[in-house]
Design a protein around this ligand. Structure first.
Ligand SMILES: [Zn+2]
Length: 65
């Protein structure tokens, strides 16, 4: 199941969620419960377990091995 990133269209909160392909547009903001969320498109490599919470990670960073 891929990890998707979302940004809430209401409060601007950014969050991540594991979704199946068919559910990827069914996210809900964990803060304000709004369903008006925008899916952020990013190319991930492996997710190594550490989630920095920073939204300014360089997208070219790849690979935790
Ligand atoms: Zn929100």
């Amino acid at each position: 199941m891929p990890l998707y990133e979302y940004r809430c269209g209401r409060c601007g909160h950014e969050f991540e969620d594991w979704k199946s392909i068919s559910q990827r547009d069914e996210a809900e903001c964990p803060k304000c419960k709004s369903e008006k969320v925008e899916r952020l498109v990013r190319s991930f490599g492996l997710i190594g377990g550490g989630r920095s919470g920073s939204s300014s990670c360089a997208p070219t960073r790849s690979g935790f091995s």
